[in-house]
Design a protein around this ligand. Structure first.
Ligand SMILES: Cc1cc2nc3c(=O)[nH]c(=O)nc-3n(C[C@H](O)[C@H](O)[C@H](O)COP(=O)(O)OP(=O)(O)OC[C@H]3O[C@@H](n4cnc5c(N)ncnc54)[C@H](O)[C@@H]3O)c2cc1C
Length: 398
């Protein structure tokens, strides 16, 4: 792959970089540093930010123009993500709609669904959540039990989802339900779009150890879902559900490598100025070894991301490389956050309100939040199973 940008790509990068420089709202620093205390305020702020970006033509870079996107290349999409991370811009709030449902609808949705849903994902007028996991179906997603029974031109949905990120803000939920209880477990599933404002939907936020309520339990009691909200065919939802997961694993890496790079550079700075036994922590040989190791791993991660991108630009879908990247970044981030705690010592435990907190207490938050990285979007064990089977040709684990 040629890693140099063409003149057109450079122009695109410069234009977007300049736009970000003059448009990132000033209030972002304050909102960011109090992330878990003012989540509603943060949500409204980020929704308005995504709308502003959409109106300026900076959302849906790689999406087709006819559905409100910019019709640009995958390389430009990657430049976009990198520039967002480099500028430490506020993230796009409708992340599950943008990176999971949108690409899935573009690939598998019918024309009416594309026209109905895609533009509202881009503008953040409709926020999406992902209703996959259930209390007894996570890694083994195909065991899910939320059922949908046909009643005329509707399905009636009953059951429970859990760990539903953004469920408490979402207007819509994409997910998988069981439509044929007698079929083998991977067969009787259907991919549906559920209006979260429908009667019978109840959302209960879960509290995480970071103090935030990022995800929820979602209960469906006789929720009526029109038949036109089925994506693909009834009882044929498994393949579509898997395609969504491939998009999740394959595309997440692009912005992370920049975020990680910024964090390690900051950590190196902190190590230079933090006292350890009467001298800077950066002079401690063990600290130096750890920092150099993490720096190297971030570089490896970046190069592997290029490999994923090459594959996606050739085939349109991410391959099993997505699983390699997922294991690599999630475990690497846990090591980096652990190293940060060791370097910061007791300062690492101070939260944003303390005048002595470093970086508004964001390292403590990063450390706690990183524990979920090896679970969300498929655990490390499951990613290894995927690599074992699809890359190494080993027997299936189920
Ligand atoms: C921060 C975060 C956000 C999330 N957001 C969402 C969301 O928006 N929507 C959603 O639907 N879900 C979401 N999830 C749920 C997530 O997808 C599941 O937690 C994950 O798939 C694991 O499922 P589980 O928790 O049921 O664990 P289990 O599947 O019960 O696994 C328990 C342990 O057993 C191991 N294990 C299980 N099966 C195997 C096997 N075959 N081989 C080897 N080891 C195995 C697992 O690796 C794990 O260590 C989120 C999770 C987190 C942490």
């Amino acid at each position: 792959m040629d890693l140099n940008l063409t003149p057109d790509e450079q122009r695109f990068r410069d234009e977007f970089r300049a736009w970000l420089e003059s448009n990132i709202p000033e209030g972002w620093v304050k909102i960011q540093s109090h992330a878990h205390e003012s989540s509603q305020e943060r949500f409204e702020f980020l929704r308005a930010w995504q709308k502003k970006m959409y109106e300026a033509g900076w959302v849906g870079i790689h999406w087709p123009i006819e559905y409100g996107g910019r019709g640009a290349s995958l390389i430009e999409q990657t430049i976009f993500i990198e520039e967002m991370a480099r500028a430490a811009a506020p993230p796009l709030i409708n992340v599950l709609g943008l990176s999971l449902l949108g690409p899935t609808l573009i690939a598998y949705g019918n024309e009416d669904q594309k026209k109905r849903f895609l533009a509202n994902i881009l503008s953040a007028d409709e926020i999406w959540c992902q209703g996959y996991s259930e209390p007894n179906a996570g890694s083994d997603l195909a065991s899910l039990r939320t059922e949908a029974v046909r009643d005329g031109d509707h399905f009636v949905v009953n059951g429970q989802k859990t760990w539903t990120s953004f469920g408490h803000y979402a207007d819509w939920c994409f997910g998988v339900v069981r439509t044929d209880a007698d079929a083998p477990k991977h067969k009787g599933l259907t991919y549906v779009l559920i209006d979260m404002h429908s009667p019978g939907v109840k959302v209960r936020p879960l509290k995480q150890m970071t103090g935030e309520s990022e995800f929820n339990e979602v209960f469906f009691e006789n929720v009526r879902v029109p038949i036109e909200n089925v994506v693909g065919r009834v009882n044929d939802g498994w393949n579509i559900a898997i395609a969504t997961l491939m998009f999740e694993r394959g595309t997440l890496g692009a912005s992370l490598q920049i975020t990680f790079k910024r964090q390690i550079e900051r950590l190196i700075e902190i190590a230079r100025t933090t006292d350890r036994g009467g001298r800077p922590a950066s002079e401690d040989p063990l600290v130096r070894q750890k920092l150099a190791q993490i720096y190297t791993e971030i570089e490896i991660f970046r190069l592997n991301q290029m490999r994923t991108l090459t594959r996606m630009s050739k085939t349109g879908v991410p391959g099993p490389e997505g699983s390699i990247q997922k294991i690599f970044w999630s475990e690497m981030n846990q090591r980096m956050q652990q190293a940060a705690m060791e370097i910061l010592g007791q300062y690492g435990q101070l939260t944003g309100e303390s005048p002595h907190a470093i970086d508004h207490g964001s390292w403590a938050h990063g450390y706690l939040r990183s524990r979920g990285n090896t679970i969300e979007a498929g655990t490390s064990e499951i990613q290894r199973n995927i690599i074992g089977h699809f890359v190494l040709g080993l027997p299936k684990s189920y």
